[in-house]
Design a protein around this ligand. Structure first.
Ligand code: ATP
Ligand code: MG
Length: 571
């Protein structure tokens, strides 16, 4: 392909809107352009990379026995109402009304639709197992679309759905998908980590995420994994064996109000009262589906809102706004505490059970209470709501310690059970003639997110470094000056040899300065580039550079294509 015959609008400057390297590079290297928040055009280079990744995914999905279909983007609302997800997915769902005023949904995932298909078509256990997949645009009105394709409002997903007669069948289907995922991501050049995850609004019993570990701001997820065994979990789900707290032999004292003018944060209060954060209890007021609830946690800990939300069985959990806090507690934000708090249920982290003489807000402006003990207030429930932390003991082996890393979730797998088949009445007849609901699993891969994750994981300050399997072109040929007939001739000759060998080539035939062409080659990131210049040709050589480390080799003109192929194969 000639550069001037395709469309690669590279930019000289970094686009201001991009916060992370991969987003910046996708824009600068002319792969994508934004249409509106979280919605992107995929330009020709992106389109080619998409072909590469979807081929890999298709090959591995087909090899696993899954069957490709295409379901509609547009769904009738009734299906989502039947499963209850009309309410649970809530504002993230893109909705519209048709001309008759009927509610419609733009699909963000397809459990409802696929279950509907199977409900109408499958009757017997003999037709099982079945795994249907598609690769398609998904729509989600994300609260914070950001980082380009990482969190878009329209994005491409591979979604697969398995149907089995029992739990054993589901396990087999699940493991097949896990194997396929490892193969897919390996072929994309990643070493992914499979971690336990919260099931969220998807429901079901068991779920895993596949993470590309990156040490950059693009890693939205925090993962805790054991340094001894294979335990690994998203921090939303991770647990740990709480460190044995030294049993306090402090005598409980009587509580006492203290003046803490304008001291609202844990840092301010600890500094002012000269007490460590472990001696404080934070009281956080949330609204769970609009109803207030106070959550208590030790001062130096973080609340795991997913655990709290799961415990409260609510659809939406949000921090109460300042006005609500004043109304409920009688004091400004920063002075909330459990003592004398009326009309608000209190849940407390289990660690608080072993605390003595601690500090809480007094529900009075500029005031805290010191030497508070458990019998000074009542707790409705003690639950584990703190985030596990790095350094704590692994819950699986009990020996190793948890270490923290950052990752990009590129795929996930859910054991759904009958969460969708039950409400939609999707049943089959088993070998004893009994009617039973299908046992389902669902399996997603963020196709566009994975491509961007590859860039986040593989780039340098000059540009993208594509893994061979995803690169839009295998080779990049640069005649320094197209106006020089000999350079042009050699360049075209090398391109045709490489193409005849079955590889794809982009040839930069622009009338640009060589510096511009080299910068663009580094930026767009093809694995091997061949530069043909006047000086080299005088010596009878061309320069072959591999993008990954910019290692250069001078190769005789007549050997150029052959040697370029060797270098490519060794990558
Ligand atoms: P997240 O926790 O990142 O919001 P999710 O749990 O909502 O992801 P799923 O509903 O399971 O994700 O979707 C399957 C896959 O689709 C995810 O693993 C991810 O790779 C991708 N994905 C999800 N949301 C987006 C999005 N807004 N933009 C791009 N890819 C996404
Ligand atoms: Mg999501």
């Amino acid at each position: 392909m000639l550069w001037t015959k395709t469309f690669i609008p590279t930019l000289r400057e970094d686009p201001a809107e991009a916060e992370i390297a991969s987003h910046r590079l996708l824009l600068r290297a002319g792969y994508i352009r934004k249409l509106t928040a979280g919605v992107y055009n995929y330009l020709p280079l992106m389109q080619r990379a998409l072909h590469k990744i979807t081929n890999i995914i298709r090959e591995e999905m087909d090899a696993s026995g899954a069957i490709e279909i295409t379901m509609p983007v547009l769904h009738p609302a009734e299906l989502w109402q039947k499963t209850g997800r009309w309410d649970t997915v809530g504002k993230e769902q893109m909705r519209l009304k048709d001309r008759h005023g009927r509610d419609m949904v733009m699909g963000g995932t397809h459990e409802e639709v696929v279950t509907w298909i199977v409900r109408g078509e499958l009757r017997s256990y003999r037709q099982l197992p079945l795994n249907l997949y598609q690769i398609q645009d998904k729509f989600r009105d994300e609260i914070r679309p950001r980082f380009g394709l990482m969190r878009g409002r329209e994005f491409i997903m591979k979604d697969a759905y398995s149907f089995d007669r029992d739990e054993t069948g589901l396990r087999i289907a699940y493991n097949k998908m896990v194997d396929a995922y490892f193969k897919i991501f390996k072929r994309c050049g990643f070493d992914v980590k499979m971690v336990e995850s919260d099931v969220g609004a998807m429901g079901g019993t068991n779920a895993h995420e596949f993470m590309v570990l990156v040490n950059t701001d693009g890693g939205e997820c925090t993962i805790l994994s054991c340094d001894r065994c294979d335990y690994a979990a998203n921090i939303e789900k991770a647990v740990s064996i709480p460190m044995a707290l030294p049993k306090s032999n402090e005598e409980p004292k009587s509580k006492e109000m203290v003046f803490t003018p304008n001291m609202r944060t844990i840092e301010e209060v600890t500094a002012f009262l000269k007490k460590p954060a472990e001696k404080l209890v934070k009281t956080l007021v949330y609204l769970a589906d609009g109803k207030p609830v106070a959550a208590l946690i030790r001062g130096d800990r973080q609340i795991n809102e997913i655990k709290l939300k799961n415990h409260l069985h609510c659809l939406e959990l949000e921090m109460a706004d300042p006005a609500t806090i004043v109304r409920l507690t009688g004091a400004q934000v920063g002075f909330t505490g459990p003592v004398g708090l009326k009309g608000v249920p209190i849940v407390a982290d289990i660690e608080i059970k072993s605390m003595v003489n601690f500090v809480v807000g007094a529900n009075r402006d500029d005031t805290h209470i010191i030497n508070v003990n458990l019998d000074d207030f009542s707790v409705d429930e003690f639950i584990e709501i703190r985030c596990a932390e790095a350094g704590e003991v692994c819950p699986r082996c009990g020996i190793g310690h948890l270490v923290s890393s950052r990752g990009i979730e590129v795929g996930n797998t859910f054991m759904l059970g009958t969460k969708y088949s039950d409400p939609l009445g999707a049943r089959f007849i088993d070998e004893n003639g009994e009617e039973k609901p299908f046992i389902m699993g669902s399996y997603g891969i963020g196709v566009t997110r994975t491509l961007q994750a590859a860039i986040e994981a593989f780039h340098d300050e000059k540009g993208i470094i594509w893994p061979k399997s995803l690169a839009p072109y295998d080779f990049h040929v640069i005649p320094l000056f197209m106006s020089e007939p000999r350079q042009k001739e050699v360049a075209f000759d090398i391109m045709s040899k490489l193409e005849q060998a079955g590889y794809s080539v982009i040839l930069d035939d622009r009338d640009e300065r060589p510096g511009v062409k080299f910068n663009d080659a580094d930026l767009i990131g093809m694995p091997v580039r061949i530069a043909i210049g006047e000086k080299g040709l005088k010596e009878g050589v061309v320069e072959i550079v591999r993008r990954k480390d910019l290692k250069m080799e001078k190769v005789p003109v007549e050997k150029a294509a052959e040697r370029a192929l060797e270098i490519y194969r060794e990558l």
